[in-house]
Ligand binder design. Structure first.
Ligand SMILES: Cc1ncc(COP(=O)(O)O)c(C=O)c1O
Length: 391
């Protein structure tokens, strides 16, 4: 007798549909119906990649030297530029040969790190709400994600004391992400010291995801995990050119930190991809070597937009302050709505796309996130539409 086999692997069944793919589908549906949707749903800078970086790509793309397979471990020049950037920005010394690994955007490193470091049944500690890939990466490796709730009461920092001892014993990885997506919260040095101590005590690899380290306002400079004494013994840090240089489409980031852990991720990746287009890597060298003037200018734009959004929402009854970092606004939904109902209401009534907080985890329920990465005129239009929203 013929048996029917299911087409998909069981492990995919564990993973909910990727939030942004689902949101994109709904927005496309509205657009097909003729609605002029303003999307504030995704953290994708509207500002262009600086010209000097594009020029280097154009030149490098024409050079046949760059048309062949790249090294699995990235150009030495790129690893060197990353190490120099770390030194200049954070005063942290990294060995470019062993402590830095370029990745295809930071999502590549984040999603694959559990496959390299975690066994089935191990626990992965992940913030909730949080970037969904921490949990899905753990599930794909057969690990057990354990939620560390982020709440307004604890300033969106995990309560490390609340992690039960037996969970901490079984945990192999802990994810932290500051400045934070989706809450826009920041972590002070004192919290990072406690996190390093906790991970050292329980032999947990502390993975700090820091793609927003450069998106900060009013003189605030977020810390690298490696500015904390002892952090290089327990940790890895993930960075990206995506947000700092408006390069989300280019797919370039890196993981850095403890050499043996970086080597394991490198070993895994030799079996998955075949390096990063070298022309993109040369553009990355240019990005990192060229100073931070463009990034600071972009941050002035985001800060101005944050003031506009906070001003509008506060007129409508919210009480929010512009955040110190990230291009996100994280705010409670009005009474009577859950987060999906409110996001749908805003999309249906005024054609503005925002993200329901529950998409970042159960503890995101009751909140929504919007991103100020829409052109000024579109954001202004979105805010004037919000003023007409019935709540
Ligand atoms: C917290 C966080 N980590 C990682 C990423 C992935 O960025 P990329 O893969 O473009 O470097 C994102 C993207 O939005 C993010 O918000």
């Amino acid at each position: 007798m013929k048996t029917t086999k299911s087409a998909g692997a069981k492990r995919l069944g564990l993973i909910p549909p990727y939030l942004f793919a689902e949101i994109d589908r709904r927005v496309q549906e509205k657009k097909r119906a003729g609605v002029d949707v303003i999307s504030l749903g995704i953290g994708d800078p509207d500002l262009p990649t600086p010209k000097r970086i594009v020029s280097v790509l154009q030149e490098a793309a024409a050079d046949p030297e760059n048309h062949r397979y790249a090294s699995y471990f990235g150009l030495a020049e790129l690893r060197g530029a990353i190490a120099n950037w770390y030194q200049d920005r954070f005063g942290v010394t990294l060995d470019p040969a062993t402590e830095v690994l370029p990745t295809l955007g930071s999502k590549d490193g984040i999603s694959h790190v559990p496959l390299a470091l975690v066994d089935p049944g191990d626990v992965v500690l992940a913030p909730d709400p949080g970037y969904t890939v921490y949990v899905t990466g753990a599930l794909m490796a057969g690990a057990e994600p354990y939620t560390m709730p982020l709440t307004v009461e604890n300033s969106w920092l995990p309560d490390l004391e609340a992690i039960p001892d037996d969970v901490a014993q079984r945990a192999r990885l802990m994810w932290l992400n500051y400045p934070n997506n989706p809450t826009a919260a920041i972590a002070e040095r004192e919290f990072l010291i406690r996190a390093v101590d906790f991970c050292r005590e329980h032999s947990i690899v502390l993975c700090h995801d820091a793609p927003y380290s450069e998106i900060a306002f009013d003189g605030y400079r977020p810390l690298s995990l490696f500015e904390i004494p002892g952090a290089t013994d327990v940790g890895l840090e993930f960075h990206s050119l995506s947000k700092t240089f408006n390069m989300t489409g280019w797919r370039l980031g890196w993981v850095c930190g403890r050499a043996d852990l970086v080597a394991l991720i490198g070993q895994l990746k030799t079996n998955i991809d075949s390096g990063i287009f070298q022309a993109v890597q040369w553009a990355g060298v240019e990005a990192l070597n060229g100073g931070e003037e463009e990034t600071r200018t972009a941050c002035d734009t985001y800060a101005r937009r944050h003031r506009l959004v906070a001003g509008t929402l506060n007129k409508l009854g919210w009480h929010i302050k512009p955040p110190r970092a990230t291009f996100y606004v994280w705010a409670p939904v009005p009474p009577g709505y859950d987060s999906i109902a409110f996001a749908s209401h805003v999309l249906d009534e005024v054609g503005v796309n925002i993200t329901p907080g529950v998409g970042f985890g159960a503890y995101g329920e009751g909140y929504f996130r919007l991103s100020v990465t829409a052109p000024d005129a579109r954001l202004a239009e979105a805010m004037s539409r919000m003023e007409n929203l019935s709540i």
